[in-house]
Design a binder for this molecule. Sequence first.
Ligand code: URA
Ligand code: SF4
Length: 209
Amino acid sequence: MNSVEVLKEVAAQAAICTKCELQYSRKLAVPGEGPADAEIFFIGEGPGFHENEQGRPFVGAAGQFLEELLASIHLRREQVFITNVVKCRPPGNRDPQTEELAACSDYLERQILAINPRVIVTLGRYSLARFLPNAKISEIHGQAVRVHGRLMVPMYHPAAALHQPSLRSVVEADFARLPEWMAKAGTVPEIPSEPVAQEAQSPEQLSLF
Ligand code: URA
Ligand code: SF4
């Protein structure tokens, strides 16, 4: 299967998926969208009201801000891949639960493998925790890290910046540095062994990519 076919298969499976409770609050699954050869891969939290209605990620207020952030580094959303850690809307926009994150993880993993992006940008703490369960977003936002060989840049969620005005300039500054990180990707070291070693011991984390 080529990468386009994998993405289509993931979307088709998520649309009728019954692997977790979020199937019951789903109107339309939101598998994610973007080119199969995207260089940048964004991972948010989960679909909200508008995403659930339209079956597309980041179409509400947070999406508008994400588009502005992309424009600030001369990118359009059509040029990047955008998805979430859970593909169906948590009722009332509650946080995704551990079992739901685990159940949905395989779809995200297949998308990453298919696209093989140059950089993964995690938006918010749930997507960060998928790769670095012990990391604190307040400590590592905006800094590139290498996780299992892959370049990642953790960032605050755009919705958090909308609710907390002081975060707005932080997110803008982190975004502004993204092209720089991509240019010097080869120099970003693997994150220190301790968190990775802990990760490797957890069965859930064994198939990260
Ligand atoms: N917030 C997210 O995390 N994902 C979306 O798709 C929309 C808003
Ligand atoms: Fe399936 Fe993921 Fe939707 Fe749960 S959130 S029903 S695992 S697609």
